[in-house]
Ligand binder design. Structure first.
Ligand SMILES: Nc1ncnc2c1ncn2[C@@H]1O[C@H](COP(=O)(O)OP(=O)(O)O)[C@@H](O)[C@H]1O
Ligand SMILES: [Mg+2]
Length: 305
């Protein structure tokens, strides 16, 4: 591994595994609790890397399929001219004969993740960054390839170009329009009774949203509300209108989307907690850490309406 040659991934893996078994972050420096990944800054005392742990793969074939798809995805983004943070993939043996995959990236410098940047940025600098994200989403997203345009998924490079950090969900479809991502990966952390519905209906619907530039930008704008970055919503909408005309979301769409999204996230959280309780009662480990209450849905400070 070139980028990640300097890190002791086995040590990190052991620390992360121990925290997951304990069911709490312990000494880890958690940067994000995602739908798919747990993101930690490593080493914890002076982080230089972002390590993104995927849920365990049940067998080597699944792991290799993911590795291949991720490689194709990074290639497809590069071919579309989309800047991506340097990313490497490595896998280590996990519990019960599974394989655990990690995406490894250099840690963003302080204040350079786009959500942190927007918290402090003057209007022109923030507008320029949002315009670049809008342009990237419109150029990168179509029926075959998608990316998640939400603001916390971008690192602002020294050249002012936003780099995508969130590539752990390689959103690609085959020529027949079928999603290539293994939906089992999402579904495995939910209660058994909902897994079929998640794989057959929910995952394809959620992925379809990212393949559509308008829905993608609606999602990004609604996410600004979730992050209490309300002042940037009109800016994002203006830049989307300037770049995309018909393909730009409206303020009403954003409000409606935000309401539904809030309900959906609450449900996700409750389902995952229920599954964790169930497994613990049976003496089984839950394979990921869940965000503490409030981390997924920070309290709203109302500004924009
Ligand atoms: N390279 C990085 N440097 C610093 N922070 C990062 C980096 N990559 C991710 N993060 C933090 O972790 C969060 C989740 O990472 P992301 O790759 O978006 O995974 P997820 O699929 O869970 O959303 C990001 O929103 C960001 O706050
Ligand atoms: Mg993300």
């Amino acid at each position: 591994m070139a980028v990640a040659a300097g890190i002791d991934l086995e040590h990190a893996h052991a620390a992360i595994q121990a925290a997951i078994e304990a069911g709490e972050p312990s000494a880890l420096r958690v940067l994000g609790y995602g739908e798919m990944t747990l993101v930690v800054g490593w080493p914890a005392d002076a982080p230089a890397w972002a390590l993104k742990r995927l849920p365990p793969f049940a067998g080597e074939a699944r792991l290799e399929a993911y590795r291949g798809l991720l490689g194709e995805y990074l290639g497809a983004l590069a071919a579309r001219g989309i800047a991506v943070a340097p990313t490497e993939f490595a896998a280590l043996p996990g519990p019960g004969g599974t394989h655990v995959g990690y995406l490894v990236q250099p840690l963003a410098p302080p204040g350079r993740m786009l959500d942190a940047f927007l918290r402090e940025a003057p209007e022109p600098a923030g507008r320029a960054a949002l315009a670049a994200v809008v342009a990237t989403v419109m150029q990168g997203v179509d029926e075959r390839v998608a990316l998640d345009g939400q603001i916390p998924n971008w690192l602002l490079g020294a050249d002012g170009v936003p780099q995508l950090v969130d590539v752990s969900t390689p959103m690609m479809r085959d020529a027949a329009g079928r999603d290539r991502l293994d939906a089992e990966l999402f579904a495995a952390v939910y209660p058994w009774v909902v897994r079929g519905v998640l794989k057959r209906w929910v995952a394809p619907a959620v992925l379809a949203g990212y393949h559509d530039p308008r829905t993608n930008l609606t999602d990004a704008a609604a996410n600004l509300l979730r992050q209490n970055l309300d002042r940037w919503v009109p800016v994002l909408l203006e830049e989307a209108a300037a770049a995309g005309g018909e393909r730009a979301p409206t303020a009403d769409e954003v409000r409606r989307y935000h309401r539904n999204d809030t309900l959906l996230w609450g449900t996700n959280e409750r389902l995952r907690r229920a599954e964790r309780r169930w497994r613990r009662r049976r003496g089984e480990a839950y394979p990921m850490l869940l965000a503490p209450p409030g981390a997924i849905r920070p309290k709203r400070v109302r500004e924009w309406r």
